[in-house]
Write a protein that binds this ligand. Structure first.
Ligand code: GRF
Length: 213
């Protein structure tokens, strides 16, 4: 039996990255057990998707809490109940308090739809097209209090093609996300993505979609 890390996935919406992680975790050799899916939006389609896959999924409606601190405390309690070892953000559209982020330092990861440190924040595909870049992609990184600033774990690159629209480019990036996130979560779960002097040392295979040298 391989050792599996207990992972909670936090979502706010459709949950396509979550679905990719669920599929990966279906492999007995994958080093992760998904113990809970939690959404801050009760209507998130991802919740039903998770239940359909036989997982425990629950809503923790941020609107029911009077402050960010109160919401984060409730979230912390739920994570503890599930014995969570790693927190995976998959389209979780909610800023967390620094205290919460610090508590999960090195144990919480996120996927961002751009090649960080380019295009942190929202509307990344529009901004990539407006900047005239030729390659775009996605980044899996540890979460730190600064938004989209944590140590990079892995990236996947896609080309920008003639006539691309934000939606078309975004769909290409999303496909890359679905390959990158399961691969990088496995690395984190196996302890293969340590933070050394504020960075994760580059390992072979960290850059998906690149032409091999
Ligand atoms: C993805 O593009 C992800 O990079 C970003 O939010 C989106 C979530 O999509 N953080 P989904 O809910 O996983 O389909």
């Amino acid at each position: 039996m391989i050792e599996k890390k207990r992972v909670a996935i936090l979502i706010s919406g459709r949950g396509s990255n979550m679905a990719a992680l669920i599929e990966a975790a279906g492999d007995p050799a994958y080093p992760v057990e998904i113990v809970a899916v939690i959404s801050n939006r009760p209507q998130a389609p991802g919740l039903e998707r998770a239940r359909a896959a036989g997982l425990h999924a629950e809503a923790l409606d941020h609107k029911a809490f009077s402050s960010r601190e109160a919401f984060d405390a409730a979230l912390e309690a739920r994570l503890v109940v599930h014995g969570t070892e790693l927190v995976v953000l998959a389209g979780f559209l909610r800023l967390m308090t620094s205290a919460f982020v610090e508590r999960w330092a090195g144990r919480m990861i996120n996927i961002h739809p751009a090649l960080l440190p380019a295009f942190p924040g929202l509307h990344t595909h529009e901004r990539a097209l407006a900047a005239g870049v030729r390659v775009h992609g996605c980044t899996v990184h540890y979460v730190t209090p600064g938004m989209d600033e944590g140590p990079i774990i892995g990236q996947a690159v896609v080309p920008v093609l003639p006539g691309d629209t934000p939606d078309g480019l975004g769909a290409r990036v999303l496909q890359a996300e679905h390959r990158l996130y399961p691969a990088m979560l496995a690395r984190v779960a196996r302890g293969e993505a340590p933070i050394v002097d504020g960075l994760v040392p580059v390992a072979a295979g960290d850059a998906l979609g690149m032409v091999a040298p």
